[in-house]
Design a protein around this ligand. Sequence first.
Ligand code: 3PG
Length: 205
Amino acid sequence: MRNLLAGHSVIPVITLDRVEDAVPLAEALVAGGLKVLEVTLRTEAAVEGIRQIVNHVPDAIVGTGTVCTEQQIKLSEDLGCQFMISPGATESLLQAGERSTVPFLPGISSVSELMRGMEYGHRNFKFFPAEAAGGPPVLKAMAGPFGDIGFCPTGGVGLHNAMEYLALPNVLCVGGSWIAQAKLINEQRWSEIETLAREACELAN
Ligand code: 3PG
């Protein structure tokens, strides 16, 4: 998980309402330089959309997001996903993640949640909801006792504040929905999404 995150500073969080948008959206993001794509399991279109991206966009590194149940871990495996991300870290999810061969990034927003994840061997976490949970000062404070832990802050992160997070040594990458915006997807404005992806990519370099 660390290699995957550390090599890709921005992960677009994607919510698909229509299967037909999956491939052109993924192509636009990859063309803009963002290859690691988190597709949330929040909509009916997500499963078939992921399948299509896996089959038709070979340069994309596709994973599931909003993974909240053991069944969704199994589903991520069946879909051939390369990673799985959860907003949280329940005991049953951590156990299922431990049994899976697919790299799993649990979500935390407190020290005790972090420590529970560490008990399962995790060294990388989604920090969610990043802005609402205290933002960069919290991650700076965590670097003291948990110096070897890496984070992917998500939730309220955008172009305006991504650099504040990425400047921290314990931030591996940031995630967010500001690139694959619902309105742009809905209107199939792929070149604008590609521009946003490029902008995000440049910001990180
Ligand atoms: C997520 O699913 O990770 C978050 O909902 C994304 O948060 P954002 O919409 O504030 O970027």
